[in-house]
Design a protein around this ligand. Sequence first.
Ligand code: SAJ
Length: 399
Amino acid sequence: MKTCVIGMGYVGLPTAAVLSDAGHDVLGVDINKSVVSSVNDGKIHIFEPNLENMVKKSVSNDKLRASMIPEKSDNYLIVVPTPLDKSNEPDLSFINQVVYSISPYLEDECLIILESTSPIGTTLEVVEKIKSFRPDLFDSNSPNFYVAYCPERVLPGNVIEELIYNDRIVGGINSKSTQKAIDFYKTFVKGQIFPTDSKTAELAKLVENSYRDLNIAFANELSMICDSIDVDAWELISLANRHPRVNILNPGAGVGGHCIAVDPWFIVSDFPSQANIIRMSRKINDLKPKWVVNKILSLINSRESVACLGMSYKQDIDDTRESPSIEIANDLIDRLGKNRVNICDPYLKNMNGHELKTIERSIEESDLIVFCVPHSQFKNIDKKLIENKKILDLCGVLR
Ligand code: SAJ
């Protein structure tokens, strides 16, 4: 079975690796030439545990190739970004470009699956777009091919495991499409696969991430309330969580990543007057890094310097997309000058041209140590290093 995976990013590349491992002949397609050549060399351009070995093996077994141009395939998996524009409206131009680029290769009976986070109705719009390019693939109004939406649900840092073992939701544009897509996922998914329609599947993805955003917003709001009355938010949350039906998440530097900080806006954009708690949660989480900067400024005098530890958007990965720590560090550099801000992240080589220092050096050279992200390297830190320093532990790593 030949499968074309379009988009070789954080989800597309691991999916291509897992598919080829499961026996598919995979063509990975990407508009970035260097990504294509790195995959063809059996290398990876992102950090993800166990991925490099799988890619290397699949490339050397001729099960995985990459190209900038799609080819005729049995299955087309669309895994491209759907960013927000400046007014927080979803930008679907990558999906539209993919649909245009695969249209010449489509044939009767092929399967197209959209995995990119999408506003409700996008999968049906994909069908309409194909109709405009390839009316020959339709009998009256019905397509002779199959189309489904299946949201990816993988957690960066544990992608390979979750691609195989997570449950999946598959929503076709009709029941035959749903079944075809379920058969496709059964070739590599060991979790349960739940059938639905495309709109429900699209909304499920947005709802999952909004649910998490909302619950993190609650924790972040509590942390700011607690700070104002000198109560330890971590202690409070762990005590409240002893109630059998309470499970408060962890406060942090804010919410980063390309999913939770973005997806709720898709719902707000479509339902502006109904999505109030969803909008408010986004605002609270977006406010947190700004609050942190003010907190830091209140803890230092006019000569003291700050160490910001952890620049990725969460622990133990190198992904900096929408990272609140980067927002905090940049804001501090603007206000204090770069000589008073020491930045450290063991997973990164650089941050927008700013020098990254080792853990030891950034602590030595600073008066206030801010733990932004709970990387494992910080958990095992030598306590003597920080005993005479001011500490702001935003992520509970020292607990
Ligand atoms: N965070 C907190 N407190 C917490 C948990 C997380 O502040 O208690 C912060 C993290 O530090 C990070 C952000 O939230 O900045 C998001 O991290 P995350 O680990 O919660 O999620 P992501 O963005 O890495 O991945 C999410 C996952 N969705 C859910 O857990 C509902 C993943 O399953 C999705 O596949 C992914 O979004 C996506 O692609 O949509």
